[in-house]
Design a protein around this ligand. Structure first.
Ligand code: USQ
Length: 394
């Protein structure tokens, strides 16, 4: 299969290129390196020493005996997207090329508008390029579990059956995003759904939980193939930040009450699921949704799991709750369905403790890179609008 990855320089895009190539697929990628710039804007860097794309490509060629087709380009430019699609003629496009941080989108009006423009326009350009150049192709689009928010009822996979005044239908489950970033994914969902309905495109929308981990088997022990690992207040997820805090000896910081719940899955399982979606496309005209995560954890449980894994490596760290810079429910019901990928053959690797050990061991090697940007761990982007460092709670 010929697969075009939009956002191939990112945390998921790069390992996906390796994973698909190892399974014999032909892979092309497009990226404008914006993630590197956004993280630099946050005063940080990837803890893992990711290489320039030219070095990544050289290593890719050595490992797989064939080069990665790569183009540097901005998805907001329709000409760039259309030309890439026309030249490569993909059977599938995996769209990972969006600005993925909730805090970054909440900084101010400029960051909100930038996030919405970047994400929504990029997706629209891909949809139009598909209509005009490859209408048979399958769009695998990265959504987020955060589209659903934290409703007080069970969350189905995308849609639910409803009966109202004696009539029945299947309707999209209400989306209640909690950040301008998550809201872009809701808008994308609406746009992709319509493109499938009116143009007969096919798409899988992946409502993915928080992905964690530093490696997949295809990286072997070649550091040139490593993927990025962010820990700053915007691009570091809670699990990444806890691991980074542990290796530099800072307290782990659940925000507020610390009972926010999220679905998690390891990087290697995210690769497995994206591949299952690609290799089992829906028929033309179908828009389908997969909720993609393995286990649900409360943020405090997560901090305690990182604390235990760190202790096993001889690192003693405290867990100290911090003032919450976000406006969100700090204690809530959370029970999403996730059957469809399991039905397709997804086998969860399921061992968070083992994955945390590997992450912490990798981060210990890269400790100097975290230490030199340790200030980036302290949150000050308040969702109410101010910019004031958050202290620990008593
Ligand atoms: N949190 C802490 N302490 C920290 C950092 C975060 O308690 O030091 C809390 C946050 O307040 C939040 C929860 O942890 O309640 C999760 O935050 P996160 O930054 O780990 O994840 P989130 O903002 O939800 O976004 C991440 C990815 C995003 C993806 C999403 C999937 O950055 O791209 O869409 O996870 S999901 O969470 O399922 O919506």
């Amino acid at each position: 299969m010929r697969v075009l990855i939009a956002g191939v320089d990112g945390y998921l895009g790069w390992p996906l290129a390796l994973h698909l190539r190892a399974r014999g697929h032909e892979v092309a990628g497009i990226d404008a390196y914006f993630r590197r710039d956004w993280v630099a804007e946050m005063g940080s860097q990837s803890a893992s020493p990711i290489r320039r794309m030219s070095e990544r490509m050289a290593a890719f060629g050595e490992h797989f005996g064939t080069s990665l087709v790569f183009r540097r380009g901005d998805l907001r430019d329709y000409g760039v997207v259309k030309n890439m699609v026309r030249a490569f003629r993909p059977d599938a496009i995996v769209h990972l090329g969006e600005m993925p941080s909730a805090p970054y989108s909440m900084v101010d009006v400029d960051h909100c508008v930038y996030t919405q423009t970047n994400n929504i326009v990029g997706t629209l350009n891909i949809l139009f390029a598909m209509r005009d150049e490859c209408p048979e192709a399958h769009l695998v689009k990265l959504g987020t579990m955060g589209e659903y928010g934290t409703p007080n009822v069970d969350i189905p996979e995308g849609s639910f059956d409803i009966e109202y005044r004696g009539r029945k239908d299947r309707l999209p489950f209400p989306r209640q995003a909690g950040s301008w970033y998550h809201q872009t994914k809701v808008h994308d969902t609406n746009n992709v759904t319509m493109a499938c309905r009116i143009w007969g495109l096919r798409s899988t929308d992946i409502m993915q939980g928080v992905v964690y981990g530093t490696r997949i088997d295809e990286m072997a022990d070649d550091e040139r193939l490593v993927t990025r690992f962010d820990f700053d207040q915007s691009f570091g997820t809670a699990i990444n930040r806890f691991c980074a805090q542990a290796v530099v000896g800072l307290p782990l910081t659940p925000y507020g009450k610390g009972h926010q719940r999220r679905g998690f899955l390891p990087l290697r399982d995210s690769m497995q699921c994206l591949t299952l979606a690609l290799e089992n496309p829906p028929p033309p005209g179908e828009y389908r949704v997969f909720n993609q995560f393995e286990d649900v954890y409360d943020i405090t449980e997560l901090a305690l799991a990182v604390q235990r894994a760190a202790r096993n490596l001889g690192l003693e760290v405290e867990v100290r709750n911090m003032v919450n810079p976000r406006l969100e429910a700090e204690e809530h019901y959370y029970n999403p369905d996730h059957r469809r990928l399991l039905d397709l053959g997804y086998r969860p690797s399921g061992d968070m403790a083992a994955e945390l050990r590997t992450m912490l061991a990798d981060l210990l090697r890269w400790r100097g890179r975290i230490q030199s940007h340790v200030h980036a761990l302290a949150p000050d982007i308040r969702w109410s609008g101010s910019r004031e460092k958050c202290g620990y709670l008593p």
